[in-house]
Write a protein that binds this ligand. Structure first.
Ligand code: RRO
Length: 311
């Protein structure tokens, strides 16, 4: 049984990897993902200059998932390009993802120019959905901004590039954003980022759980699964077949990975469960996915990818 997949023409031995923002901040964490059963890694969303991020506590696990308001802490794009450059030399033939996020279209372009000037040979993921920078709306909810950014991006950049989107909740919004995305040579769409600006409460302490933004933060984990599956399925129905889909959100076991693929995901990413369990989760999820496939008689993911039945 094989869980092989491919994204943007690059082959991967597995279809499970980390989600941007989890286990990908430092070289130590990225080393651990590389040494695990993960297909590959994506780096923490990088900005032009390093950022400390928001004050702590800024991440909290809850009974059904997590809340975070990290505020984009990262070592700056140069750090991640250096790390990937070394990884490319160490493991020729393996492909890596670098996540980028600018605070406006000029910064996005400057980040992409920096990628172009490096020896990076992998896939860029442009994050259009950070929910946690005070005063900054999530780009993915501003369809005119998405259009302007993608026009500028593809004027400049022709190597493989995907985008990370926030969850959408209305079928009309899926129609509108998919019509925009279909105009561009995107390698993939990654759905979903955390559900922005949720609030988790500690009843005993009569308090919020995290310090930034009065406790509001991105919701991840099991809370997210139905929304994530809906976004994967809705995009698979609407996007050109040349645009692949990475499914992210609410994965806790191999059946959850199977469900994402059934809805149309070509690759599946894990955030909260990776934060909670560490990199051993990749071996567990892969084993559990293979068990589901074996029980159903599937030898590869293409045999069920996107084949969700409706009633
Ligand atoms: O760093 C963050 O606060 C963060 C980002 Br950039 C993101 O895209 N999604 C998220 O839940 N947190």
């Amino acid at each position: 049984i094989s869980t092989r997949t491919h994204i943007a023409g690059f082959n991967f031995d597995n279809c499970i990897m980390n989600a941007a923002g989890v286990y990908d901040y430092s070289a130590e964490e990225l080393d651990a993902v590389q040494q695990s059963a993960a297909a590959t890694f994506v780096t923490k969303s990088a900005t032009l200059v390093p950022r400390e991020g928001n004050p702590e506590p800024r991440y909290c696990n809850t009974p059904y998932g997590s809340i975070n308001s990290m505020g984009l802490p990262n070592f700056g794009l140069a750090y991640y390009l250096d790390y990937v450059s070394a990884a490319q030399r160490q493991v020729p033939g393996k492909t890596y993802f670098v996540s980028l996020t600018g605070f406006n279209v000029e910064e996005d372009i400057a980040l992409l120019r920096q990628v172009q000037a490096s020896d990076f040979e992998g896939i860029v993921e442009l994050n259009l959905s950070c929910p946690n920078v005070p005063g900054k709306p999530q780009t993915g909810y501003d369809f005119e901004a998405v259009t302007r950014i993608l026009e500028a991006v593809f004027d400049l950049y022709r190597a493989p590039l995907g985008i990370k989107l926030p969850p959408y909740f209305d079928l009309v919004h899926f129609d509108q954003i998919a019509a925009i995305l279909n105009r561009f040579p995107l390698a993939y769409v990654n759905s979903v980022n955390s559900i922005g600006n949720g609030l988790c409460v500690d009843a005993a302490a009569e308090s919020v759980l995290i310090k930034p933004k009065q406790g509001f933060g991105g919701i991840g984990g099991a809370y997210l699964k139905p929304t994530a599956l809906a976004n994967v399925f809705a995009f698979r129905q609407r996007l050109n077949s040349s645009i692949q889909i990475i499914g992210t959100g609410g994965v806790q076991n191999g059946t959850d990975v199977f469900e994402h693929i059934l809805c149309g995901a070509d690759m599946v990413q894990v955030g909260t469960v990776l934060h909670q369990e560490g990199v051993a989760v990749f071996e567990r999820l892969t084993r559990e996915l293979k068990a589901v496939m074996a029980q159903k008689g599937y030898g590869g993911i293409d045999e069920f990818k996107g084949r969700l039945k409706t009633l």
